[in-house]
Design a protein around this ligand. Structure first.
Ligand SMILES: [Zn+2]
Length: 385
């Protein structure tokens, strides 16, 4: 049996939300409790909040890429919290199993758009709330590119041809794509994007949601081409359909941006050929490839030793580490001719363009982050130093 004072018990390690530990629990406050957890997480710049209902309710918050326990409550309170989430997402109580919804949350005079995903799990239910505009306010120069890379990238995204934005899942590709489109969008330019799904709306960009099962990227692209576009974005290239759409758009001479899952810039260009694009077409279409990772930045208050501000982790916030690769004729020629990926990588190594590991090293030496954060980037992989 759970006694009254244990009804709502926060777990340590999460600044703002854990202050709720002291609030006397009452069933009547469950709705505002749920909203408080969400708005506190939003204020703390979290990307996701996980509500896990099993024997008890556990709430964890993802911030700077790491999940941290934030809150715990007994099961019957947890059921009410799940009910409140369903109400916010207008998901009927009777609907068991998986459900998705999105809704707006009012937080400090701002409207925060969130996506709610519910799923039945063994012994209970799990809900994940994702803040859709997380990090989206960032401008290109705030992402963490080195000054000379930023200049080169700015020229790349203003030239005709395909620029790929590459990285593993959760590396901030979408943020870079959106920041690039915002940079390009002005009244004299028609910027159009094809996305599956549209994660958030961008001012000055005409966004089209591609229903993968029904229409596909290629037929949407045909419609977009009749709309006199100057810049076309594909988010993201996952299969042959989206790959061929990106290559076609680029070969018409438009500036084309697309995100793609790949390890490095050279690998991103070659990924198109894995997806069934003939080597000569890939070589003709791709003009540049950016690859990126997110690393945690050293807490400025304690310089990494751990303090209250950073929850004793030594880190506060994240930044991108970038390789900005503009393909010289020698490299795109190798791709077009079907040279092996390793041969192309050795050509890339000879270029005077900093690799991902060189950018990571620079981030450490400038005090932005710690060796531990970039060890995987600097020691291993295919990057040059
Ligand atoms: Zn600190």
């Amino acid at each position: 049996m759970v006694c009254e004072s244990q009804f709502v018990r926060a777990m340590p390690g999460y600044g703002d939300v854990s202050t709720h530990a002291e609030v006397e629990p009452l069933v009547a406050v469950v709705p505002s409790l749920v909203e408080h957890i969400l708005s506190s997480a939003s204020r703390a710049d979290a990307s996701d909040v996980h509500f896990e209902l099993g024997d008890r309710m556990m709430v964890r918050v993802r911030r700077d890429g790491m999940l941290r326990p934030a809150f715990a409550a007994p099961r019957h309170i947890g059921r009410l919290m799940m009910g409140r989430l369903r109400a916010l997402g207008k998901i009927p109580l009777c609907r068991a199993g998986n459900a998705e919804s999105s809704f707006s949350l009012h937080c400090d005079h701002a409207v925060v758009r969130v996506r709610l995903s519910l799923t039945a799990v063994v012994g209970g239910e799990k809900a994940v709330v994702r803040f859709l505009n997380h990090g989206a306010h960032l401008q290109l120069r705030q992402l963490g590119m080195l000054a000379r890379d930023l200049d080169r990238y700015d020229r790349l995204i203003r030239s005709p041809g395909l620029v790929l934005i590459a990285g593993p899942a959760g590396s901030g590709k979408t943020t870079t794509l959106y920041a690039s489109l915002e940079r390009l969008a002005h009244p004299g330019v028609n910027v159009m994007s094809l996305e599956d799904p549209v994660e958030m709306t961008l001012p000055g960009v005409v966004q089209i949601g591609v229903d993968h099962g029904l229409t596909g990227f290629q037929s949407c692209l045909a419609a977009v081409m009749r709309q006199d576009p100057d810049v076309i974005a594909i988010g993201e290239i996952r299969d042959h359909d989206s790959a061929i759409a990106a290559v076609r758009a680029a070969l018409t001479g438009r500036t084309t941006l697309a995100s793609i899952h790949a390890e490095d810039g050279t690998g991103a260009a070659y990924r198109l050929t894995d997806l069934g694009i003939p080597h000569p077409l890939a070589g003709a279409a791709v003009v540049g490839a950016v690859s990126q990772r997110l690393v945690r930045t050293t807490c400025p208050a304690c310089r990494g030793t751990g303090c209250a501000r950073c929850g004793q982790t030594g880190y506060d916030g994240r930044t991108g580490v970038f390789e900005v690769l503009s393909l010289p004729p020698r490299l795109s020629g190798a791709l077009a001719a079907g040279a092996p990926l390793e041969a192309a990588r050795s050509i890339r190594m000879g270029l005077d363009q900093p690799s991902l590991s060189a950018a990571a090293e620079q981030a450490v030496t400038s005090g932005l982050t710690a060796w531990a954060e970039v060890s995987g980037l600097v020691e291993g992989g295919h990057d040059t130093r």
